[in-house]
Ligand binder design. Structure first.
Ligand SMILES: [Zn+2]
Length: 169
């Protein structure tokens, strides 16, 4: 089932998600719906707050559904190591048409639970590191506009206000 993606400034996007404690069929169904929703919007990552659910769950798939081996589910994820810096353009399904450069770590190690509750660690570089950091930020209520320079943030907010006034947001 394709879920509705909420847009900025929906309050759920700016509050920290609750940790997941039940690894049941309901969680698996929700994760499957998150993948379906992400693929329907051609995204590479989606966090539960983006579909209005304030829980620490995110899905990532750089292949956009083409390679099952790249389907990643991160429940209760934490960043345990970062290294270096990258400065690349980033977008967000909760900010349609907004793309700006954001500084992120070049390499990251995350620790998370899978949909069965099993803990694992995983390293990501470049785009994968960016996706992990962007999505884990969502679970802390941090949006990518707050990672932009003040100048780029103001430009983006102005663009959003203009789209809102035109009924295009
Ligand atoms: Zn996002």
């Amino acid at each position: 089932m394709v879920l509705k993606i909420v847009k900025y400034p929906e309050p759920v996007l700016q509050q920290p998600g609750e940790p997941v404690t039940e690894f049941d069929g309901e969680l698996k169904k929700f994760v499957a719906d998150m993948f379906e929703t992400m693929y329907a919007s051609q995204g590479i990552g989606l966090a539960a707050p983006q579909v209005g659910v304030s829980k620490r769950i995110t899905v990532v798939d750089l292949s956009q559904g083409k390679d099952p081996a790249q389907k990643l589910v991160l429940v209760n994820p934490e960043v345990i190591l970062t290294e270096g810096k990258q400065y690349e353009e980033e977008g967000c399904l909760s900010f349609p048409d907004i793309r700006e450069k954001v500084v992120r770590a070049a390499k990251v190690r995350v620790r998370a639970q899978d949909e069965d509750g099993k803990w694992f660690e995983m390293d990501g570089e470049e785009l994968l590191a960016r996706a992990f950091l962007h999505e884990i930020d969502h679970l802390d209520g941090i949006l990518f506009i707050f990672r932009m320079s003040p100048l780029k943030r103001n430009l983006s907010l102005r663009k959003i206000r203009k789209m809102q006034s035109e009924g295009a947001w």
